[in-house]
Every structure is written in structure tokens, then in C-alpha cells.
Design a protein around this ligand. Structure first.
Ligand SMILES: C[S@@+](CC[C@H](N)C(=O)[O-])C[C@H]1O[C@@H](n2cnc3c(N)ncnc32)[C@H](O)[C@@H]1O
Length: 245
């Protein structure tokens, strides 16, 4: 099971998370919802970065998220979305009421077995589960190095492989769609983004200062970023699409 102190580090995040974290490309949402549906539910919705892509794809969109602060931002941005405080372990929805459940950048925080059973409970028969992660493009050495500062055990950044198995209980074999995309980002925003990542949020002041110093050292050393106020950040969104078995 995931380290719950890290999972809870988001409880007080909100505006900074929304401002600095990357969004998701449209193609990632298309992979989960190729056509429109009646009801889509975004689990661990945060400030609504992925939820916003569901709005044009579902008649009714529900967001479930444990952090009130994250949800406040989501409610202000997406007033048409039904936003509920709740967790993946106890989804505030009736049985077989949802066509699609999505989990963006959050499934690794969940207790997999009970959460899969809970997602199956709320999904209509044959419903879809979409799991999404943004991660570093392995070809980008400086972003990979910065990722190691946040996640010392990971070579390429958090990917689905670190969190998911190929098959989840109660679901068929997944289909994997990988969407490469690129973002223009200022150096200041790139650093501020790392400060919204769980390991930075949970670190002591001293440790955080050391980690930020390490990020600056990497950006000052790499020829692609040295002396630049802005650079192109390549990313890949992994989308795992499951059907309820
Ligand atoms: C990295 S953020 C992703 C937020 C959003 N989906 C996005 O892509 O921007 C992870 C989110 O999972 C939420 N979370 C952590 N544990 C959870 C749980 N047991 N059930 C539901 N959400 C949880 C956190 O509060 C946080 O908002």
C-alpha cells in the first residue's frame, strides 16, 4: 500500500497545485472516452485538471476527492461538476450508476484490492476504468535527473509500471495508449511545480531547501537548460483503459 503520509501531503495543497502542475492532452481523454457517455466519475480529482476534459465528454460529471482545498479550486473552475469530498475506498455513488471512472495521477495512492472492488460496484456492467499518469520522457536527461531528486528510487519518473499491474481484479486486460506531448515552461514554474510534488510537500524545510538546490544544480549543468529562463519540457501521458469483466 502507498505511504499514506505522502498521500495526505495533498490535503493542504490547492492553488499552487493547480497553477504549476501539468494538465493532460485531449488525446488522453479520447483514449478513455472515444464517444460521449451519460455519467463519468473522476476519482482523486484534485483541482480538476483531468476532470475538465470530461465535461465535454459526459452529460454528468462527478468529482471525488478527499482534500477540501483541492475541491475548492475544482468547484470554482468547474461549477457544472458535482464535487464530493470522499475517497476511492468509499466512493459516494450508488451501485452501477457510472459509465466511466477515471483516475489521473492518483491510483498509486490507493489500496488496490478494495478500491478495484469499489470501482466495480459503482460502474455499470461493461463500464470503463481509465488510469492516467504523466511522466518524464526518458530522452530528456535533465527532467529525468530532477525526477530522481523527488523519487530517488525511480529512473524515469513515476510511470504506470510503478503503480499498476497489467491486470486488475475484476477487470479485463488493459489497453495502453501513450500520448507524447510537449509543454513550454519557465524555469521558475518548473521549480515551483516540483514544490507541489508529494515528496517535496512532505519534506522538512532543510531537506526541501537541499532538494531545490539540487534541481538548480541540474538545470545549471545541462546544456539544454543552462542560462535559459524558459524551455520545452517533453512528457508522455500513459493511459490504461480497462473494461469491467
Ligand atoms: C497527484 S494528485 C492528482 C490530482 C488530479 N487527479 C490531477 O491529475 O491533477 C493525487 C490526488 O489523489 C488524492 N488522493 C489521495 N488519496 C486518496 C484516496 N484514498 N482516495 C481518493 N483520492 C485520494 C489526493 O488528495 C490528490 O488530490
Amino acid at each position: 500500500m502507498a505511504d499514506q503520509s505522502l498521500a495526505k501531503s495533498f490535503l493542504n495543497a490547492g492553488e499552487d497545485y493547480d497553477r504549476y502542475r501539468p494538465g493532460f492532452p485531449d488525446e488522453a481523454a479520447d483514449a478513455v472516452l472515444p464517444g460521449s457517455v451519460d455519467v463519468a466519475l473522476d476519482l482523486g480529482a484534485g483541482t480538476g485538471k483531468f476532470t475538465s476534459l470530461l465535461v465535454s465528454r459526459a452529460a454528468r460529471v462527478i468529482a471525488v476527492e478527499p482534500s477540501e482545498q483541492m475541491l475548492d479550486v475544482l468547484r470554482a473552475k468547474l461549477p457544472g461538476v458535482e464535487a464530493h469530498v470522499g475517497t476511492a475506498e468509499r466512493i459516494p455513488s450508488a451501485d452501477a450508476a457510472v459509465d466511466v471512472v477515471t483516475v489521473a495521477q492518483a491510483f498509486h495512492w490507493f489500496d488496490r484490492e478494495p478500491v478495484c472492488a469499489e470501482i466495480r460496484r459503482v460502474l455499470r456492467p461493461g463500464g470503463t476504468l481509465g488510469l492516467l499518469w504523466n511522466h518524464s520522457d526518458p530522452s530528456c536527461a535533465w527532467d529525468r535527473a530532477c525526477t530522481r531528486v523527488a523519487h530517488p528510487g525511480l529512473a524515469g519518473g513515476l510511470t504506470a509500471d510503478d503503480a499498476v499491474t497489467e491486470v486488475l481484479p475484476g477487470f479485463g486486460e488493459p489497453r495502453l495508449v501513450q500520448v507524447p506531448w510537449q509543454e513550454r515552461i519557465t524555469r521558475a514554474d518548473y521549480i515551483a511545480r516540483w514544490l507541489t510534488v508529494s515528496s517535496f510537500l512532505a519534506a522538512s524545510e532543510t531537506e526541501r531547501t537541499r532538494m531545490v538546490g539540487e534541481l538548480h544544480r541540474i538545470l545549471d549543468a545541462d546544456p539544454a537548460t543552462r542560462g535559459q529562463d524558459e524551455f520545452d519540457l517533453p512528457q508522455i501521458t500513459d493511459v490504461y483503459v480497462y473494461r469491467a469483466a
